[in-house]
Design a protein around this ligand. Structure first.
Ligand SMILES: *Cc1c(COP(=O)(O)O)cnc(C)c1O
Length: 476
């Protein structure tokens, strides 16, 4: 179904309504019971059907008050049916991501691999040993399930998963720095997105922010000068969604670790994306990995599960055993804990890395690895579906999600021209079922196959054909 079409639009004009100010037309409108009786099928909840009937009647009344004729009962019932379909549709639904942004936060970031999906399904369907020690028959800890795999894939002494990386950072700061100082470079006191600002998180945690350096250049000496008895930690933050280029300076993690440790303070590294592999192998600039940060001496490394890791939404804290154990015992660990479905998906995702199978199994890496031979023919097929209105253009897919800012991979997109404008066509694509999300560039609608599951290719082609056909009456 495309767009919102009112069944009332086609009602006949009727002179009576205008002559008597619409009173007799209002009387001619059906009652709720009449419209309800027409709403059959679908087994929709009565409350929704009632709301749909009332809304449709209210709209008809409004149309009459505005001087229009009373719509026939059948038209009101059809309107109610359309309203009911919208009301009954679950709010969260599948979407086709043709934007070429791999980690699109608004579209749910990382799609999960089949292993993770299977693990989640299994954990969802029945009972599990979530917090049960099967050998002893006693209470166990959900954290045990994550610990071992995080250790193995990152090389950390210990690891803990919480709700997301924002929660991980808040927790680490609150547990280890409340009432004390945390040193952050001015170049890293950033807003990651969605109002997530490092200075705000610090304030919420009860830690005191000590900013050092400048936006573009911060030296080890700046940190050294700020370190004192009140310092709980140095916090390093991945800038995530922007680049500072040119005249810049940033100390190595190892220098900061040495400085912090000499004063009994911690080095916390908020890596953001949680990369476990070498991104250069995928044609994008080097992203700092979790292992590198730990080897450089970070005491705790924090990262998201659903960015470059390619797993479910969660925040992982990896690092020194004594520190992670303290976090695990803290009441916040309970408040921010992950559920069994997340644990199942995270473990399956980490297991793919352990097996060295991330390129094949984890969609984020699989998508990044796609090259011209896999992409161009798909873009060509979509362009052909648009008849004379489509062509193939070279463009760039980007990682998104705050990883590798500014970096991208060459890609091939279908570029569509629509008679009534690219914005309109792009909106109409979003009205497809399932919706197709594309982007507008230079007056054309661009669809990037890199982020589209091949199983959706035919759906995309059909939607393009329907929306760009010369007889797509009233459509773009
Ligand atoms: C994305 C990001 C966060 C927030 O992570 P969520 O998992 O979305 O809560 C925090 N810090 C950095 C550096 C990030 O890139």
């Amino acid at each position: 179904m495309i767009g919102h079409d009112s069944a009332m639009g086609g009602a006949r004009r009727d002179g009576v309504a205008r002559q008597d100010g619409g009173v007799s037309s209002l009387r001619a409108l059906p009652g709720v019971e009449t419209v309800l009786a027409e709403l059959r099928g679908g087994g929709h909840p009565h409350a929704l059907a009632l709301e749909a009937a009332r809304t449709a009647i209210a709209r008809a009344r409004e149309a009459v008050r505005n001087g229009g004729p009373a719509p026939p009962t059948a038209a009101i019932a059809a309107e109610a049916q359309a309203i009911l379909r919208r009301l009954a549709r679950p709010s969260l639904g599948r979407a086709v991501n043709a934007t070429g942004v791999i980690l699109q936060t608004n579209l749910g970031r990382a799609p999960l691999g089949e292993r993770a999906i299977a693990a989640m399904t299994e954990a969802a369907r029945g009972y599990s040993n979530l917090e049960f020690d099967l050998a002893e028959g006693t209470r166990g800890s959900r954290h045990e399930h994550v610990r071992d795999l995080v250790r193995r894939v990152t090389g950390a002494e210990d690891g803990l998963a919480v709700n997301n990386n924002a929660a991980a950072l808040l927790m680490a700061l609150q547990v280890f720095a409340r009432g004390r100082e945390v040193i952050v470079s001015r170049g890293e006191a950033v807003e990651i997105g969605g109002r997530f600002r490092i200075p705000d998180v610090l304030r919420e945690s009860g830690a005191r922010l000590v900013e050092v350096g400048t936006t573009n250049r911060t030296y080890a000496a700046d940190y050294a000068a700020a370190l004192g008895d009140e310092t709980a930690a140095i916090l390093r933050v991945h800038r995530s969604n922007f680049e500072v280029t040119g005249f810049t300076a940033r100390p190595e993690a190892s220098e900061l670790a040495a400085l912090a440790h000499a004063r009994g303070a911690l080095l916390l590294d908020d890596l953001g994306s949680g990369c476990l592999v070498e991104t250069v192998d995928y044609g994008i600039p080097h992203e700092p990995t979790v292992g590198e940060s730990l080897r450089a001496g970070a005491d705790l490394v924090l990262f998201s599960g659903d960015k470059l890791l390619g797993g479910p939404q969660c925040g992982v804290i990896a690092g020194r055993e004594a520190l992670v154990a303290e976090l695990r015992r803290h009441p916040l660990a309970r408040a921010l804990r992950v559920d069994k479905l997340t644990i199942a998906a995270l473990n399956a995702t980490l297991a793919a890395y352990l097996a060295g199978a991330e390129r094949e199994e984890i969609p984020v890496w699989r998508m990044l690895a796609l090259d011209e031979p896999q992409l161009r023919p798909r873009a060509e097929a979509w362009a052909r579906a648009a008849g004379g209105r489509g062509r193939v253009v070279e463009s760039r897919s980007v990682v998104g999600g705050g990883a590798a800012p500014g970096a991208g991979r060459p890609t091939w997109c279908a570029a569509l021209r629509a008679e009534r404008g690219a914005e309109r066509l792009t909106r109409a694509l979003r009205g497809a079922d399932p919706p197709i999300v594309a982007r507008v560039e230079d007056g054309e609608t661009l669809l990037d196959p890199r982020t589209v599951d091949e199983r959706d290719d035919a759906h995309v082609a059909a939607a393009i054909a329907a929306l760009t056909a010369p007889d797509a009456g009233g459509r773009p």
